[in-house]
Structures are given as structure tokens and as C-alpha cells.
Design a protein around this ligand. Structure first.
Ligand code: PEP
Ligand code: MN
Length: 337
């Protein structure tokens, strides 16, 4: 339920509402907008008398939250959430670009790619040290050595690092190195992992499962939010359809839809969304035009030698060109960085 306070409500009237809500064994979340304050109420499963709240001074009305995702919903938190990672802000207007290889392969390669994407103006660096692969015989990642490489490239470039965590018991280790914990598409409904990153003190990049609905994505975010970690960046990365020319079908609908349904920032992954290098730029621009808060793009200096996802990785010079088109489109849609 949401309690909408009057414009004229005083701080003590707000305090009284919160006290009553908590006295009923529920949790109260205050959200201060430009003109009004709302109190989001998370119930304890037992029904309660909303009239008691409606009669309180300073209260305009109460409204039920009909969505199954409460903390993630815009009704609950009307203003955009801005996820701050070091000096970088994701959400709230300007477009943020995260770039780097699919996987961390070696110190030398990671430094080279890190420098190239930093020079082209990327704001964060990506790279998987733990790779969830379809085949157990494919490269699985450099694990902790990969994390250490990422940390050194963060020192070299100044870019915060985004890297995937694939199982709950690895959350403490990955948290020691990473600035953002990535939950991959295959793990979007790994509920133990969602609980673990909810308890971690790090922002989370939550990718949509390849067979998941928008509502399931928001329910996954709700798991993380339920632990009080509200630093979540959602990522549309394409879903499986009958189409075979592309690796996935990027669901562009999901971008403006998510922006309506939730306050959390939404970014797009055109690399996994298409699986085709030549499609990465046009799809990126469509994502920005559709309202995405940012992009996560795979870049590799020698894609033909990449240990994973070379075919969808941009060369550094292609990434630099993408950056200028992203800037141009961002300006047109009033979202320049
Ligand atoms: C990745 O980002 O390299 C990755 C494995 O992505 P996804 O989980 O979206 O497939
Ligand atoms: Mn990849």
C-alpha cells in the first residue's frame, strides 16, 4: 500500500504515519518527491485497516500497490533511482557506457582493451572472471586471477569494474574486487544468489534471463531490494525467439516498459542482444532513443583470438565510432552526458 501525504503535511505528521505503520508490524519506506512525500508500506501478510491511516492528519489518501513487485515499482518510489559507482552515476538522465571484453583473458590483453575503452570515453569496464558457459569444455574464466587483473586495470584506467558472480559462495570474494556485481542471464532466477547479492554492499547489474518476462526480471530485483540493497541496474540483453539470424532478440519494448514500471535504471546489452558485431551500433542507438540509461558493450582488440564472444565484440576503433554516435543520439533525445 502507498500513503500519499498532503502537500501541506508537516514532518511530525509524517513521523506519526511511520510510527503507526511500524506499530502495525509493517515496514515504511519514505520517498520524497519534488512536490509530495509518499510512504510505501510493506505489509506483514496480515490485512489491516487502511482507514486508520486515512484518518490521520497530513494524509491525503492511501492506494493499494497492485504490482507483485513492490519495492521495485514506480508507484512505490516515483523518482528515478540513480546508482552511483565511484564517480559514475547510472540513471537519472545522462547515458552511461560500460565496455570491455566478454572474459578476462590475460593481464596484457585486459590492459590493452581497458586503455582503449577508457580513451574512447567508456565510464566503466566490464570483463568476466567467472564465465557461465553452455559447454563444460569451454573456457570457464581465470577466476580469482581474473579478478586481480581487473583490479590492476582499474588502477591503470581509473574505471570502475563490472564483473559476474555465478554462485552465492563467491559473493564475498568477487565483492572484494568488483565495483559492480553482475548477475548473468542464466542466473536471473538463482534465488540463493539474489539473496546473497542483496546482502552485499555493492551495486548489482541484473541481466534479464533469456526466457524471462519483464515481470520475472522485476521480481528478481525485488529479491535484492528485499535485503535493502537498492543499488540495482537492470539490463535488457535479448530473449530467445524463433529467429536464428541473431543470437537473441533484443526486446526494445522492455526499455520504455521498464522505465514506466520501475524507478531502477535500465541499460541495454546490444552485444548479447544481437550476437552480431555489425548490429551492435544500430541497436545501441535504438536503445538510447527508446530511453535506456546506458549500454554494456563487448569490445576486444583481437576478436579472432577471443576466448569467448569474439564474433559480437567491437574492435576498439568501432567502439570509438559507436561512442560518437551514442553522443549524437543522446544529444538529440536530450540525454547528453
Ligand atoms: C556476459 O555479459 O558476458 C554474459 C555472459 O551475459 P549474459 O548473462 O547476458 O548471457
Ligand atoms: Mn559475453
Amino acid at each position: 500500500m502507498i500513503v500519499l501525504m498532503r502537500h501541506s503535511a508537516t514532518p511530525s505528521q509524517l513521523t506519526n504515519v511511520v510510527a503507526l505503520v511500524e506499530g502495525l508490524g509493517c515496514q515504511a519506506h519514505i520517498s520524497r518527491g519534488e512536490r509530495r512525500t509518499i510512504v510505501g508500506v510493506i505489509g506483514n501478510g496480515r490485512p489491516f485497516d487502511t482507514e486508520r491511516i486515512e484518518r490521520m492528519s497530513g494524509v491525503e489518501k492511501t492506494m493499494p500497490v497492485t504490482r507483485p513487485f513492490k519495492r521495485a515499482s514506480r508507484e512505490f518510489h516515483p523518482q528515478d533511482t540513480v546508482v552511483v559507482v565511484g564517480d559514475v552515476a547510472v540513471g537519472g538522465g545522462p547515458v552511461t557506457v560500460i565496455a570491455g571484453p566478454c572474459a578476462v583473458e590475460s593481464q596484457e590483453r585486459m590492459s590493452e582493451i581497458g586503455q582503449a575503452v577508457a580513451d574512447a570515453g567508456a565510464q566503466m569496464l566490464r570483463g568476466g572472471a567467472y564465465k557461465p558457459r553452455t559447454s563444460p569444455y569451454s573456457f570457464q574464466g581465470l577466476e580469482e586471477e581474473g579478478l586481480a587483473i581487473l583490479a590492476r586495470v582499474r588502477d591503470e584506467t581509473g574505471l570502475p569494474i563490472v564483473t559476474e558472480v555465478i554462485q552465492p559462495d563467491l559473493v564475498p570474494l568477487v565483492t572484494r574486487y568488483a565495483d559492480v556485481l553482475q548477475i548473468g542471464a542464466r542466473n536471473m532466477q538463482n534465488f540463493a544468489l539474489l539473496h546473497a547479492v542483496g546482502q552485499a554492499h555493492r551495486p548489482v547489474l541484473l541481466k534479464r534471463g533469456m526466457m524471462s518476462t519483464v515481470e520475472e526480471l522485476l521480481m528478481a530485483a525485488e529479491y535484492i531490494l528485499s535485503h535493502g540493497n537498492d543499488r540495482i541496474i537492470l539490463c535488457e540483453r535479448g530473449i530467445r525467439t524463433f529467429e536464428t539470424y541473431t543470437r537473441n532478440t533484443l526486446d526494445i519494448n522492455a526499455v520504455p516498459l521498464l522505465k514506466r514500471l520501475t524507478h531502477l535504471p535500465v541499460i541495454v546489452d546490444p552485444s548479447h542482444g544481437t550476437g552480431v558485431r555489425e548490429l551492435v551500433e544500430p541497436v545501441s542507438l535504438a536503445a538510447i532513443a527508446a530511453g535506456a540509461d546506458g549500454l554494456i558493450v563487448e569490445v576486444h582488440s583481437r576478436p579472432e583470438e577471443a576466448l569467448s564472444d569474439g564474433g559480437q565484440s567491437l574492435l576498439p576503433e568501432q567502439f570509438a565510432r559507436l561512442q560518437s554516435s551514442v553522443r549524437a543520439v543522446s544529444e538529440v533525445v536530450g540525454r547528453a552526458t
